[in-house]
Design a protein around this ligand. Sequence first.
Ligand SMILES: Cc1cc2nc3c(=O)[nH]c(=O)nc-3n(C[C@H](O)[C@H](O)[C@H](O)COP(=O)(O)OP(=O)(O)OC[C@H]3O[C@@H](n4cnc5c(N)ncnc54)[C@H](O)[C@@H]3O)c2cc1C
Ligand code: FES
Ligand code: FES
Length: 1353
Amino acid sequence: MSQQGITDELVFFVNGRKVREQNADPELMLLPYLRKTRILLLFKLTGTKYGCGGGGCGSCTVMISKYNAQEKKILHFSVNACLTPLCMLHGAAVTTVEGIGSTRTSIHPVQEYIAKAHGSQCGFCTPGMVMSMYTLLRNNPTPSMAQLQQCLAGNLCRCTGYRPIVDAFRAICTASNCCQRTGPEESCHLGKAEQDGILAESRDSDQLQVCSQLFKTDDLLPLDETQELIFPPELMLMEERREKRTFVFRGERMMWIVPANLEELLQLKSQYPKAPLVVGNTNIGPNMKFKGAVHPVIIHPAKVSELHSIQFTEEGLRLGAACSLGHVKDVLEKATAEFATEKTETFQALVEQLRVLGGEQIRNLASLGGNIVSGSPTSDLNPILAASKCVLELASKGGRREIHLDENFFAGFGKTSLRPEELLLSVFIPFSRKWQIVFAFRQASRRENAFSIVNAGMQVVFKDETNVVANLRMFFGGVGPTTVYAKRCSKELTNRSWDENLLNQACEMLLDDISLPDSAPGGSVKFRRTLTISFFYKFYLQVWQRLQQLLGKEDPFGVNIPERFRSATIPFSIKLPQGFQRLQKAVLDQFSWDAVGQPVMHLSAIKHATGEAVYCDDIPSQEGELFLALVTSTRAHAKIVSIDASEALHLPGVFDIITTQDIPGKKIDMEEILCGSEVTCVGHIICGIVADSQLHAKIAAAAVKIMYEDLEPLVLTLEDAIQHKSFYDHFKLENGDVDAAFEKADQQLEGQIHIGGQEHFYMETHGVLVTPKGEDGETEIVCSTQYPKFAQTLVADTLGIPSNRVTIRVKRIGGAFGGKVVIASRIAAIAAVAAHKTGRSVRCILERGEDMLISGGRHPVLGRYKVGYLTDGRIIAAEVTCYSNGGNEVDCSLVVMQEIVSKLDSGYYIPHVRLTGFVCKTNLPSNTAFRGFGQPQAIAITESWITDVATKCGLSAEKVREINLYRGQEACTPYKHVFDSRNQLTCWNECLQMASYHNRKISVEKFNNLNRWKKRGISIVPLRKGVGFSESTLNQAGALLHVYEDGSVLLTHGGTEMGQGLHTKILQIASHELKIPMSAIHLSETSTGMVPNTSPTAASSGTDLNGMAVKDACQTLLQRLQPFMQENPKGTWKDWVEEAFKNKVSLSTTGFFKGDDTVMDWEKGEGTTASYFVFGAACSEVEIDCLTGDHKNIRTDIVIDAGCSINPAVDIGQIEGAFTQGLGLFTMEELKYSPKGVLYTRGPTQYEIPAVCDIPEQLNVSLLPRSQNPKAIYSSKGIGEAAVLAGCSVFYAIKDAIAAARREIGLTGSFTLNSPSTPARIRMACIDQFTEMVRFQTVCLNPFHGPLLCERY
Ligand SMILES: Cc1cc2nc3c(=O)[nH]c(=O)nc-3n(C[C@H](O)[C@H](O)[C@H](O)COP(=O)(O)OP(=O)(O)OC[C@H]3O[C@@H](n4cnc5c(N)ncnc54)[C@H](O)[C@@H]3O)c2cc1C
Ligand code: FES
Ligand code: FES
């Protein structure tokens, strides 16, 4: 073995080129290597993106190919480059997005399809999506829809809502948009639309105006396998001649050893007992990255064939411990198809879990042995392996031994009974036999690619031909520090008959076995305990059904389970979303190149798909560039006693510390730039460290020692704030005579709802690159901000220089959603101070965890209400008081609260209202702007009392909604803003019709009558969203237009491109105005040097404002060209431009737009808060699993009044993306904090945003035809935010389903459901015998004939 010698050369291929790394650092992951290294002196490969660094988002997906010399097969698999150590790649070929196609050569069909199908908005996730799909196609050119579904499960997108991505890839798979399904339940969506009368209706009444095609497939390139990169023959030879020796790679702090064979591996393990055996690095990698673990020696057993073998024996299957989970899944799936069902019970249970464990990229890396030995309490495999008594073969230098994977194997959190020098060689899974039944269960916050909250593996063996239990073994995960054995229950139920008595006792005993204390880590104790017995109940039913099958009897052993209970055993299937999009056809008399009204592809879409689109951190580093790492507070409210950076400053590569003393100009703008003396939240920025690399800066930042003295009070929650009267301000609106109206009301009700906050989770984290120009304080800043002017002002003020020395440049942003309005500027200012102090360029890119910790998000809101109504459902009075959690700084919280208060009427006319909103000051990071700007919270509160009134009146919710809707041309809000509400009602009626609401409501009721443990719910809500800034000054925009002598046009304006397609629409406008093709116009970037005093790109007003400014510039220019056009009417654009130039006419002009005066007098409660309204309606249907709290989004129909859409593809993209964000807000995204104010949810594995599995199986969007809007350019409407509100229809559909579940036990009254409706909230609201058992630990259980909820309820 050569570990003592020199480091080996690492040989691998990247995009067909051979790479030889002499000094491969074992600490280095493939992602930073690709992005930051000039491989073979070529460009850095920045197409692969950093989104989270922990395997949770998929934006770093690349394909790895390896040659298997034994099987003579090339294997391709997708992996997360952020978790793949470089040293793992010896002998492998890496393909990145740049390797499959580019605009310089030719683009790959996968890239073309996703771009042209509008599957890319900000484009940050797109390379990862492309590579997942590309890998799938390399393995299988005609994949099934199930394979497509699985291939996308590990890739998150925050912009699109996935539907267009799926459509693009589905089109590649089927070469047609039609899914080809024909059965009555499964019929193709086109067929379904026909059936519902949607397409038929559109043909009859709007023949020329509506269509449903956003992209054409006939002109797209077909897949051509012969064009793919070939696997390097050299690597095949290398593998054939596999050198039988140990490889060693050494880095600064780590040594990576690849032993040649098992003998050497065992020798190494005895020599380095503490060295981990890294196989997939999916556990060790995140531990090193996020917890700072350091391992001086790592052993990578890639060459040890015994660890990779697969062997079937008479008794079962022996799997090498290093087999990847993906491979294990394939083997088990094949085996379940080949062997008799009774032999594969355990295999099937494992496959169930493996299908949803992580994403495909994780399963391709992670190993079976790694999953077992990591000893995670939420391992999805250990409970099944333990329940079915699998055998582990362990090996060490001293010999081999076999042990059962059972309760004795787990020794504590992350610990097993393996000896330090031992390794797990193989796992033996015995075949099951007749009368042996195994099932697996799991419930997570998201159905795919999310860790389980609770899981279980259960096995029962019956005495032959009886229902008498011979053996029962049940193991649970997520209910303690290890996988937990339900010992008493398993033991004491042996020899018992499988009947109701057993069920009752099992539940009681299980609650004893799984005794989570109320303070157990992870919280949700009641939910987790309820899940354990709910899982058992499911197991009970499933086993009973299996006994039915085994005996061929309806009532085996005299037990008959009602039909209504049986669907409890059917898991939710995951289907890819599909649906139709209905849009207005562009007017036919447009000149040929006029693109206004056309579904034009996003300008950068192809570059997104090829990885050529440049984001802030893709800009190559400059000579002497430094990296800034931020040091943030670990206390929520404390005095800073001291900052000690002495150790940090002596670490390698460190240049300096940046504190508030280094700020030459204003230290406080709205708030302190860097905290000087007091911190008011965990994550408050105290200082920064600049070093020569990101790694050095991070290590040094962690070494800065800060002493604190805690201060009182600690105000974290809204309840704390109310108690301490900790408010920034409050706003009130009153209309009518509220008290008198309450007197007149037939009835009154009171209630409250809590709407949780939301993290923006833009895929590109905050980033800034500051370059001091060296003269006169000139500073150039590339920044991912949606408010360049604010960044410019803040940097100038902080540096104490005039704004004219600071240029902010924004080419594109990888998503923003309101999160890059304010804090981006502060980060830019701190980096500018660092650049000023060091005289060097400074880059600061936040890691995902830092980004989530430092920046706030959407405001959590508590709404308390009192409503007076008539028995026919008319609401005549409402008094609503809201409290929002503003966090530690005021930011834009006051304006957000104004929006909440002024939009609490939602779409309803309530004659007498008193609406009040308090902005609470707390010790959490400051909350800020977020798509919808308070209106999503407002609608959710309003719909809560609407639903309560319906329940109390015994009316349907849609009836109460309908009779209270605003009506007529002169509707008037509580603040006396008169508006035309007719389109509101039109959208409502169209949505009812498009969704076949009334028919489906009957079907939902039928379903609910037939099913006890699954319930469906349906809900339709009206939407109304104000567009434009309520702060009047911001309603302005500028543009700059240059025409060059060759006729080409360079255009810019004040808006930023963050995925919403603004630049695309702007070019459509310019092309329309100038009457030249879009291709003749270029839009390079947004820059404060070109257009000054820009407003934030927000409030859905980007196109409204900047489009008008561009139109103004174009018209000015056209006027100048007019004489030449008249002189030469047959001339071309180029002719006229040349002539103008010769005649000394300026071909450069600015444009300006002065927008609406939105003035709101809060004293009087009168005025306007928006330029105009976008109307709409959304209808959603869901199904819930009452026993687990899981839910499935079945269908959503959205009708939106988008005016005359400038680009229907962009607008529909915005609608679907915003809806998906709203779906996340209201049903799944949950921020969790410690009691001391530390954010726990700091990455995609803790904070689940919607993935492809969460999109309604059918998602239909219709743009209201014939709609006009005199307030905006070409009669269009700003559509960026409105559909976030549509997410609330899913929440109320879930509430409707829960209400049906509660009616089963006679609970018919209204109830509180807080948002988001997580599995925990759904499960605990579906009160039944199991929830009550947990609550009281005693219960009179009669599961089949309705619960006896004892009188205590
Ligand atoms: C984003 C993400 C999502 C995930 N989702 C899930 C999920 O839904 N459900 C779930 O169950 N898990 C999930 N996991 C966990 C994942 O399954 C485990 O991390 C993985 O199985 C570990 O295998 P590995 O080869 O990557 O281990 P490594 O990180 O390489 O090693 C982990 C540990 O196991 C030890 N080890 C590995 N092999 C052996 C062996 N043969 N003998 C002795 N010791 C060994 C190592 O010494 C090390 O201590 C997820 C992980 C990530 C990153
Ligand atoms: S960056 Fe690798 S998975 Fe998110
Ligand atoms: S396009 Fe997917 S994250 Fe923006």
